[in-house]
Design a protein around this ligand. Structure first.
Ligand code: MN
Length: 342
């Protein structure tokens, strides 16, 4: 166990930041941690680093203690000469996940203005990471699993916090479909002893979607390009097509979610799916692979602008290049990676 009480400087308040993007593990692990740090006698704030939409609130607003999270930028805590805070970041990999980076009116925060930073994570971290104080590792399913294994004493968990922890693990494992170990199941099994409604949590996190999601799914299904020789599906959507079909930015979000969760890794005989969404000044690329995919998507897509970020079976990036030739470029790089003759 990591002794959090001994680690935290006595005279400072604690700021817990749940990393963006908005997800069950990030919020749940932040909540459990916040409650525990409060119980140790520290003044504790829990932030998610941007405001959220009504849709996002519908998705996870039922999580216990959700109303105690502050949704908004965190940059005010990083101002020079204000080192009165200990920063605890949960989930997430890059610095931009801990402040509202899309608000470009303000400069990025200087993390060195906070002297004590502790991170709980389950990722491979970048070389220029913001801290040496780490708890976790890429071998864990979720940050919820990390803190329930290494930080939170078992006797601290109650029914509400067990609901949180279970939701976090369910979200990051796709309801125990991927990225879990026997240790994950053992933690989840222990959480179930608190009498939580596990099937409902699985439904709310994984299965229940709104109307727009299914409209977007239907739209996507009709427009997939199948390439059986490279076991890949592609969905290219030009700006022109989006205008013609009157697609809104909200609809596009549903489209990405529907493609990633229901199509890219769900069609037998197709190991990976890639969505290409033309924007005003760039192209948004998102790739997902299923267990039969044997090439790292983050690496595979380097020639079309990936910086190698993401995971083996999941990558998202934006690239500044002409939309027209991208589809053929991708077919070429996949052929090359698989050794298929053009
Ligand atoms: Mn996570």
């Amino acid at each position: 166990m990591f002794d959090l009480k001994a680690f935290l400087p006595k005279n400072k308040r604690v700021l817990v930041i749940s990393a963006a993007p908005f997800d069950g593990d990030s919020l749940a692990s932040g909540t459990i941690l916040t409650k525990y740090i409060q119980s140790l006698g520290f003044e504790t704030l829990h932030y998610f680093p941007r405001e959220i939409s009504a849709k996002e609130k519908e998705f996870l607003g039922w999580l216990p203690y959700f109303e105690e999270i502050t949704f908004g930028d965190t940059r005010q805590f990083f101002e020079k000469g204000k080192d009165s805070t200990t920063l605890v970041t949960v989930d997430g990999r890059d610095k931009i996940q801990f402040y509202d980076y899309k608000n470009e009116k303000l400069p990025p925060p200087d993390f060195t203005n906070i002297s004590t930073i502790l991170r709980m994570h389950h990722h491979t971290l970048p070389d220029n990471d913001i801290t040496k104080n780490l708890v976790g590792g890429a071998e864990y399913s979720s940050t919820s699993e990390v803190i329930l294994t290494h930080i939170i004493p078992r006797e601290f968990i109650n029914h509400q916090l067990a609901n949180c922890g279970y939701a976090g693990i369910v979200d990051d494992t796709g309801n125990f479909q991927w990225n879990f170990t026997s240790q994950t199941l053992s933690v989840a099994s222990w959480l179930c002893t608190f009498g939580i409604d596990a099937p409902s949590i699985s439904s709310w996190v994984m299965h229940v979607r709104d109307e727009e999601f299914y409209k977007a799914l239907s739209y996507a299904v009709e427009r997939i390009h199948y390439y059986p020789e490279i076991r890949t599906i592609l969905l290219p959507l030009s700006k022109e097509e989006q205008i013609k079909d009157k697609l809104t930015p909200e609809f596009n979000k549903s489209l990405i979610a529907a493609f990633n969760t229901e199509l890219a890794k769900r069609i037998r005989g197709y190991d990976r799916g890639i969505l290409l969404l033309e924007q005003d000044k760039h192209v948004k690329v998102t790739g997902r692979g299923q267990s039969t995919n044997k090439i790292s998507l983050a690496e595979l897509l380097r020639p079309v602008g990936s910086l190698g970020k993401g995971h083996f079976n999941a990558t998202d990036f934006e690239t500044k290049q002409d939309f027209g030739p991208i589809e053929q470029k991708i077919i070429k790089v996949v052929k090359r990676a698989l050794g298929v003759d053009s």
